[in-house]
Design a binder for this molecule. Structure first.
Ligand code: ADP
Ligand code: MG
Length: 602
């Protein structure tokens, strides 16, 4: 007898749920998209405990007619496609008819709805795919979905869920993108009763951007429009001096659908060309309209990825439009002018840790070449460094698990031969030839300097004369509330400053000059995205961020004195052999290896 059977509907739905409902955010996305497809103008989204307890989406859209209610929860049941042809000209967000049965299969779901034709509402309750009750109730026009105890019957998936904050992060990310996609719909989004987003639904995209990223940020963005026979582009992009440490504030919307597309993002970045500082990304919200025939949305179960048929033309259009806009603006980064005006003289970094350096240098604008003067460490400095408690702790971190020896790695005495391509330093000693990556070397030195300093930052923090305010998204601002104290332990003091803003009250005076704001923003971004944070990790991460900012880059010629100072500082490092990212600082060729290479010995 054959063993192949058709799966029953309930199992099929459970399997589909595995694809469609990955986490609470997927439920929010599907329910909100359905509400948008139902031509709602007002949406209320309530979430409890990161969506694990409850997800509720209420809309004022078309509603579901009583005859359709059961069918809406059947697999491949949709009102959005009538023929195969429709698949090639999709205007709606949904069309696969998979979301409702999938969500209902893995949760306790309640749906109250009233369509245009009915006078009373219908309420349907489904637990784990089985209808448990159905009744006629009083209801407003529209649909109200309540999803409780997601994944209650799929423990494997439940185990995979992260913390409330992580799940909330995913949810708010979707809600923000959907609100940016549809500024003509009013969104209210609450977590545990607290309003995290409210948009007015009047169709003003800049207003929606302000609701999410803050008024200050929205004001620093510029409007963009463009058109070709195939495409229409409208949106807002940040001026080059307004940047983020990640790509997360880049939103591309195609025919009203938020999509993720690497090439589209790349086109945006190319549009800025060299205007962006290294490792910084702009903010952008782009609405792109095109004939639905030019785009295939049926390539991904949650429709986040799409395929364009005239890809190259689209990308070069986006790139060119942004480029042109940037050329139109004569942009002088604010930081450049203000730092020149307000702080002409800046004390040089105090390298030795205990003594104050007497050297002062002019604070040059960002991006200009900064003079590099690593200080020399005398024996006494080294002694005090090596004997401190802090050192012992650091040594423990570095000494490899296998040996457990407590010897400090020693950087060899080297004699300089020269510099190659402004990037590598060539040096020798009796043992052989050494190539040093100057950027990695300097990063290591800086990293150890900052790591030490972050260990005890408080006494040297200084109050700011010119206040620095930071605008966060509503969800991030809320999350930050619990993490302020952690930041204080590395010397950064924040205070809530109304709305979603924080004011930086003080930070350590030894933060890399000219990059203070960027640094604090990056530290906050890290704190907000990292799952498990503790002081030790924050200290290390902050030191790495500082080291990157402060370090000499490749292609920078150094004087012999500077190179020798670099060697001296490397010898004072606890681990001089790798940069904080783990890349090697030095590679060596022993005399024997060289002789073998040249076949002088066999
Ligand atoms: P799809 O969105 O792909 O059609 P779904 O499973 O998400 O599939 O929804 C099934 C059907 O239920 C939809 O086609 C629509 O007719 C109806 N529906 C779902 N949510 C709503 C809503 N909020 N308002 C009105 N109708 C809805
Ligand atoms: Mg749908």
């Amino acid at each position: 007898m054959g063993t192949i059977r058709l799966l029953d509907e309930q199992i099929a739905n459970l399997i589909a749920a595995g694809e469609v409902v990955e986490r609470p955010a997927s439920v929010v996305k599907e329910l909100v998209e359905n509400a948008i497809d139902a031509r709602s103008t007002r949406l209320e989204i309530d979430v409890e405990e990161g969506g694990m307890e409850l997800i509720r989406v209420r809309d004022n859209g078309a509603g579901i007619e009583p005859d359709d209610l059961h069918r809406a929860f059947e697999r491949h049941a949709t009102s959005k496609l009538t023929s195969g042809q429709d698949l090639f000209r999709i205007r709606s967000l949904g069309f696969r008819g998979e979301a409702l049965p999938s969500i209902a299969a893995v949760s306790k779901l309640e749906c109250v709805t009233l369509g245009a034709n009915g006078s009373a509402g219908k309420k349907l309750e489904i637990h784990g795919g089985e209808v448990v009750s159905e009744e006629t109730v009083a209801a407003d026009r529209g649909t109200d979905f309540i999803v409780r105890q997601l994944f209650f019957n799929t423990p494997a998936r439940l185990k995979y869920m992260k913390t409330v904050q992580t799940e909330l992060g995913h949810i708010s990310d979707y809600v923000y993108r959907l609100a940016l996609a549809r500024p003509d719909i009013s969104f209210i989004f609450r977590h545990n009763g607290k309003v995290l987003l409210q948009t007015n639904g009047r169709g003003d995209l800049q207003h929606a951007i302000a609701a999410i990223y803050g008024v200050g940020t929205a004001k620093d963005m510029i409007e963009l429009v463009g058109e070709t026979p195939d495409y229409r582009l409208a949106g807002w992009v940040s001026k080059p001096e307004l940047t983020r440490a990640s790509r997360s504030a880049l939103t591309t919307i195609v025919n009203g659908r938020y999509i993720r597309n690497f090439s589209l993002i790349k086109a945006v970045l190319n549009g800025y060309h060299t205007l962006l500082p290294i490792h910084r990304f702009p903010l952008a919200v782009l609405h792109i309209e095109m004939d639905p025939a030019l785009i295939d949305v049926n390539v991904h179960p949650s429709k986040l990825e799409v395929r364009f048929s005239k890809e190259k033309q689209l990308f070069s259009f986006i790139e060119a439009t942004i480029k042109q806009k940037m050329n139109e603006l004569v942009l002088i980064p604010k930081q450049m002018t203000s730092s020149l005006k307000n702080k002409p003289i800046q004390e040089h970094l105090d390298w030795s840790g205990s003594r104050k350096s007497e050297r002062i240098v002019k604070n040059e604008p960002r991006g200009s070449k900064q003079p590099f003067h690593p200080p020399l460490m005398n024996a006494q400095d080294k002694e005090s460094r090596y004997s401190s408690e802090k050192l012992q702790e650091t040594v423990r971190r570095y000494v490899s698990a296998e040996t457990k020896e407590t010897v400090l790695p020693v950087f060899p005495e080297l004699h300089l031969i020269g510099q190659m391509k402004g990037t590598y330093i060539l040096a020798q000693n009796d043992d052989g030839l050494f190539l040093i990556d100057q950027h990695a070397a300097h990063e290591r030195i800086n990293y150890e300097f900052y790591y030490d300093h972050f260990g005890n930052p408080t006494p040297v923090s200084q109050e700011l004369l010119i206040p620095m305010t930071l605008e966060l998204t509503p969800a991030d601002a809320e999350l930050m509330r619990n993490r302020i104290e952690l930041l204080e332990q590395v010397g950064v003091y924040l205070q809530p400053f109304g709305g979603n803003s924080y004011k930086v009250m003080s930070y350590p005076h030894w933060f890399p000059t000219g990059s203070e704001r960027e640094l604090i923003e990056e530290m906050i971004e890290w704190i907000l995205t990292e799952r498990q944070i503790d002081l030790a990790k924050l200290r290390e991460k902050s030191a790495i961020l500082c080291a990157c900012k402060r370090s000499i880059k490749a292609n920078e010629s150094l004087s012999n004195a500077e190179i020798n100072a670099l060697f001296t500082n490397l010898r004072a490092c606890l681990n001089p052999y790798t940069c904080p990212h783990g890349r090697p600082v030095v590679v060596s060729f022993s005399n024997h290896e060289l002789e073998k290479m040249f076949k002088r010995v066999m």
